[in-house]
Design a protein around this ligand. Structure first.
Ligand code: FE2
Ligand code: FE2
Length: 331
């Protein structure tokens, strides 16, 4: 008896309250044929049609059918790729009413950079860990200067492919720690991932200005393979030194971008119009130039410098990052 009830419940769950009779009205093929195109309109329409009997369809007026067809065509023309799952990006506009052209970031990810930040600040290395981090960055700087010399654009592009790694590694490891220890992290996961994303947007901007050749691409792939793994182990062993290392890396980024700005001002580098992606991301004026772009990127680097030195200082005081509020939302 118990088994019969179970079988009936399963049948109801599979076929609905009509049970096996449902197949007499609607075959599976018919459901797909009638419902699938309409499903792209949204869930409510889908459910309305699923709960209607076939006879209801016959009562639809010709006018309704025509309207529906028109809507279908409109939707199909707007969609780049039609989605069976009904996921489409809502229409987003700029403040001036023009269509938002980017999928890689949204208007709420854009921000006006705080260029009032002190770009001359330097953390004097005191502990052994600080000196190790400082010397390591200076050594890497010598290597990159030897390779890039005065090719500022290429240098910046290479720097950004590396600079986007530490935030992602740090954020990922804090995320795993949070899962492992059932702990909050005081917003530091978000802060570090925001930094990684911001660095990636620097790179997306630089590649609009500099087209890397094959050996530069090869260098980027090799450097990423080595640096990601090395920094992952480094952060596991000593987050205190890893954050200090990134703080010094950002100090070098500020110096590099200052040299880049000097080269623009002296005419060594042409002050070309800013790429469209940069104008939208930093909310720059429409007539912004490369100089404006490098100025806002340099300000971002100065923020990363301060955040990472701050993170290292927290560890130096024998505390965990979660004990200090994370600096979120400065970009
Ligand atoms: Fe950067
Ligand atoms: Fe940075």
């Amino acid at each position: 008896m118990k088994n019969i009830i179970l079988v009936r419940s399963a049948a109801r769950a599979l076929f609905g309250s009509g049970g096996p009779n449902y197949s007499r009205h609607f075959s599976t093929a018919a459901i797909v044929k009638h419902v699938e195109p309409r499903y792209q309109h949204g869930g409510s329409f889908y459910w309305r049609k699923m709960s209607s009997l076939p006879q209801t369809k016959d009562q639809d007026s010709e006018e309704d059918k025509k309207k529906e067809e028109l809507n279908n065509n409109k939707n199909n023309n707007n969609a780049v790729i039609s989605s069976y799952w009904g996921i489409t990006r809502p229409k987003i506009q700029r403040e001036d009413g023009t269509e938002w052209p980017w999928n890689c970031f949204m208007p709420w990810d854009s921000y006006p950079a705080d260029v009032s930040i002190d770009v001359t600040k330097h953390h004097v290395p005191k502990s052994f860990a600080d000196k190790f981090a400082f010397r390591s960055v200076k050594f890497l700087r010598v290597l990159s200067d030897l390779y890039f010399k005065e090719r500022y654009g290429c240098h910046a592009m290479m720097l950004e492919t590396i600079a986007g790694v530490p935030g992602m590694v740090g954020g990922m490891l804090l995320h795993l720690k949070s899962l492992r220890k059932f702990q909050h992290t005081g917003g530091w996961i978000k802060a570090l991932l925001e930094e990684a994303e911001n660095e990636r947007m620097h790179l997306m901007t630089m590649v609009e200005l500099v087209k890397p050749n094959w050996h530069e691409r090869l260098l980027v792939i090799t450097a990423q393979g080595v640096f990601f793994n090395a920094f992952f182990v480094f952060y596991l062993l000593s987050p205190k030194t890893a954050h200090r290392f990134v703080g010094y890396l950002e100090e070098e980024a500020v110096i590099s971008y200052t040299q880049h700005l000097n080269a623009i001002e002296s005419g060594k580098v042409e002050n070309v119009p800013a790429p469209a992606i940069a104008i939208d991301y930093w909310r720059l004026p429409k007539d912004a130039t490369l100089k404006d772009v490098i100025t806002v990127i340099r300000a971002d680097e100065a923020h990363h410098r301060d955040v990472n030195h701050f993170a290292s200082d927290i560890h130096h005081q024998g505390k965990e990052l979660k004990e200090a509020p994370a600096p979120i939302g400065y970009h």
